[in-house]
Design a protein around this ligand. Structure first.
Ligand SMILES: Cc1cc2nc3c(=O)[nH]c(=O)nc-3n(C[C@H](O)[C@H](O)[C@H](O)COP(=O)(O)OP(=O)(O)OC[C@H]3O[C@@H](n4cnc5c(N)ncnc54)[C@H](O)[C@@H]3O)c2cc1C
Length: 503
């Protein structure tokens, strides 16, 4: 430690340090200590405990409560909604097939959209509302509250899942939660892991995987909002997100001397014509389920955001902008997933395989942000593959080997089997959301919020059936009963076509 000299002024630290110094703490290698055993209070008992109150967790808790269970929902933030609220991500994708002929998502995701419509806090460019939705992230906090509290769910906010207690047979008997009050235990018959990072499964010793086969994750992005923009002037000057991205890509960032690695996109505000949400940063090479990486990503992304804002001033229409807000946390796309009883592949999704135990459907394409640097690739159900490089150039082809311009594939939707929600090694745990069991590529399609909410509804409903009829054993749930219950609750599941059913 440096000696303290009371006569010397404190160094001026106003100017941002460039390049960034190493701000992560250094621990001694292999140093450990034994935490003394202690008695902790049981702070809650429930039939179903849901860990993580993002899009998946809220819908899991609501579905379980409305189906008659006593439900506890644990969330580490001050509000629900996960990336939709804490990270400013404000686009929810469509509920209909690509040709707009068939509704493939409904139930609770549709209900929250209707609630947002009542609050005048959502827009769809199409009058029939069959396209993607722009939502107001702040109003979403209120809509999530209404669904959770109105369904009789008990809640703990500012509470972190810290550990799990399990028996030899893989039954989790308690989740250990850390909060302002200290450490407490939550008992439940069934646990639903909706932390996005499969935290409960990992803590309980369930099987998990990180990122792609090399352990590389899709990069996180800090999303921020700018106001005071003249978007008509920008449009008249031909300035759009791809133009901005291309110009910035040519530059070197001051905070680390690297190239701008992002795929920049913007979304308009529901309320104001002078405001944009910018997903305009990217931190490659991190796994946000690890504290050091998560910390580095947050700090780096804020420096990157500053650099982006400085550059934006030069674009027509952007001269007078001001910073409205910065996500409470960096947006996380990919970390840990469970290795479940079934691991869905990209091919199965793109070919629309209808599993006998399908419990959710979707149409969002495989969407992979390059884990190492710039660029993004989309593979759509209709056969299109589109790659956008960092400099904004676009490459188009077909992923199915057909020539460009061939007839579009007519796949209605992809399907997710119930088995993808069941972590290997654990008997009374389900997952929902982006940590479902899938390959890295398939997870690129599953991960968006409208899908996470559908998986949440399915997991919450299954949790009630397991808790009520099967002593908590999630593998004993009869899938036809689960599917019927979901359909009664508004989920438009397509019939399983035996000819293409896969196991
Ligand atoms: C920049 C960016 C842009 C994206 N763009 C879109 C888009 O346009 N549209 C779209 O639909 N999706 C988009 N996505 C993807 C989407 O936001 C996420 O994949 C989705 O939110 C996943 O939902 P989830 O419920 O599984 O997880 P999350 O939204 O991550 O929610 C997990 C919740 O669990 C809580 N939690 C985590 N760990 C713990 C713990 N240990 N204890 C207690 N609570 C915990 C978190 O606070 C959070 O509330 C984007 C993602 C990013 C990062």
């Amino acid at each position: 430690m440096k000696p303290f000299n009371p006569l010397q002024p404190t160094p001026n630290t106003d100017a941002p340090p460039m390049p960034l110094p190493d701000f992560l703490p250094q621990a001694s290698a292999n140093d450990t200590l034994e935490e003394p055993a202690r008695k902790i209070p049981v702070v809650a008992e429930a039939d179903v405990a849901v860990l993580g109150g993002g899009p998946a967790g809220v819908m899991a808790a609501v579905a379980a409560a409305r189906n008659g269970a006593r439900v506890l929902l644990v969330e580490r933030q001050a509000y629900f909604g996960g990336m939709a609220t804490a990270a400013n991500v404000n686009i929810w994708h469509q509920l209909w097939s690509l040709d707009l002929s068939t509704q493939v998502i409904g139930g609770l995701p549709e209900e929250i959209l209707l609630r947002l419509y009542k609050m005048n806090a959502v827009r769809n460019r199409r009058e029939d509302r069959k396209g993607p939705f722009t939502i107001c992230s702040e109003s979403a906090k209120l809509a999530f509250d209404d669904m959770v509290v109105g369904s009789g769910v008990k809640v703990m906010l500012h509470a972190w899942l810290a550990a799990a207690v399990r028996d030899e047979q893989g039954r989790v008997t308690a989740a250990i939660v850390e909060s302002k009050s200290g450490r407490g235990a939550v008992r439940a018959r069934v646990f639903v892991d909706c932390t996005g990072d499969a935290d409960l499964c990992a803590r309980a010793g369930g099987a998990t995987r990180v990122g792609d086969p090399k352990g590389r994750c899709q990069p996180p992005t800090l999303c921020f909002r700018l106001g005071g923009l003249d978007l008509d002037k920008a449009a008249a000057a031909g300035v759009n997100d791809k133009v901005i991205q291309g110009k910035l890509f040519a530059d070197t960032m001051d905070y680390n001397g690297g190239k701008y690695p992002t795929t920049l996109w913007c979304a308009r505000s529901v309320w104001r014509s002078d405001e944009l949400m910018l997903a305009g940063t990217r931190v490659p090479g991190v796994n946000c389920a690890e504290t050091a990486d998560f910390t580095r990503a947050e700090i780096e992304a804020r420096y990157q955001m500053r650099w982006v804002m400085e550059k934006l001033r030069a674009f027509p229409g952007y001269e007078n902008f001001y910073l409205v807000d910065v996500g409470a946390q960096i947006g996380v796309r990919e970390t840990r997933r469970i290795l479940g009883d079934y691991q869905v592949t990209e091919r199965e999704l793109l070919e629309g395989v209808r599993f006998h135990d399908t419990i959710a459907q979707g149409v969002y394409p495989v969407d992979i942000h390059n884990p190492d640097g710039d660029g993004i690739v989309f593979r759509h159900l209709d056969g299109r593959e589109v790659e956008v490089a960092g400099n904004g150039t676009v490459r188009k082809c077909r992923w199915d080997g057909q020539p460009d311009g061939a007839t579009p594939r007519d796949t209605t939707c992809w399907c997710l089997p119930y088995r993808s929600l069941l972590p290997q090694g654990l008997s009374n745990v389900l997952v929902a959301g982006r940590c479902a069991s899938a390959t890295h590529e398939a997870a690129g399609a599953l991960r968006v919020m409208i899908n996470a909410m559908s998986f949440g509804q399915a997991a919450g409903t299954a949790a009630v059936l397991a808790a009520r009829d099967h002593g908590g054993r999630v593998r004993d749930v009869a899938v036809p009963v689960l599917r019927e219950r979901l359909m009664c609750d508004g989920v438009p599941l397509l019939p399983v076509n035996e000819a293409v059913a896969a196991d």
